[in-house]
Design a protein. Structure first.
Length: 235
């Protein structure tokens, strides 16, 4: 049997791990039981009734959190010409072309999101073996391959995040930080859940929202009631 710390045991006394909580109560508990010395991320794990092995059920998309993620996101942009100034004015942390690609090939990966204009993909494509495994490859479906660089950078900086179901049918996403208010977390959570429900593929059979678990970085999972969530987002 694993040994748990005194702090963890005290935390478990505050929650019922078998209970299904309404979303706002669950988020409040996540904040209450957080006891790390840093501002933990509030996360959600959503198990969907899909089979990711089928292309038409491989859920993937983006969502802009109204209150942001609470994390400063470093964005790099592959661009040339007038798009360089556009990216810089939008707040990109680094902008370049061949020289930026060489820097990454040399092992530099100090950024969170890479954006590229379509005409730069011949350069960026060569970085697939480096960026792909890190989940950093620009992708049109995620809105990170676009000529509208200013919009892409501003949305990412404001809280745009990408989601993708894993091979077990689960989507993991940040909801915000423990320092956020319950209302801020709930607003972000509603936007996330609405986006996931909208993505339900016609091929998915049976119950779509199988389980929703909220937690902080170092905290225990707190189960949310899926029926309550559907009501929350007006479904």
């Amino acid at each position: 049997m694993p040994k748990h710390s005194k702090r963890f045991k005290e935390t478990l006394e505050k929650i019922d791990i078998e209970k299904l909580y309404d979303a706002k109560t669950a988020l409040g508990l996540v904040k209450e039981v957080s006891s790390a010395k840093f501002d933990e991320t509030v996360e959600v794990a959503v198990r969907l009734g899909v089979d990711p092995k089928h292309a038409d059920q491989n859920i993937r998309g983006t969502v802009v959190l109204p209150n942001g993620t609470g994390k400063e996101v470093k964005v790099i942009v592959f661009a040339k010409g007038e798009k360089v100034k556009e990216a810089e004015e939008a707040g990109a942390d680094e902008v370049g072309a061949e020289e930026l690609a060489e820097k990454i090939e040399g092992g530099w990966l100090d950024f969170d999101v890479a954006v590229a204009t379509p005409d730069m993909m011949s350069i960026v494509g060569k970085l697939g073996r480096v960026l792909g495994p890190q989940g950093l490859m620009p992708n049109p479906k995620a809105g990170t391959v676009t000529f509208d660089i200013a919009k892409a950078v501003k949305e990412i900086k404001a809280g745009k995040i990408e989601y993708r179901v894993d091979k077990t049918g689960i989507v993991h996403l940040p909801v915000g930080k423990v320092s956020f208010s319950e209302d801020e977390l709930l607003e972000n959570f509603k936007v996330i859940m609405d986006a996931l429900v909208r993505e339900r593929p016609s091929a998915a059979k049976g119950k779509y929202l199988k389980s929703v678990v909220l937690s902080s970085t170092m905290g225990p999972g707190i189960r949310a009631n899926t029926s309550d969530i559907m009501t929350l987002i007006g479904r």
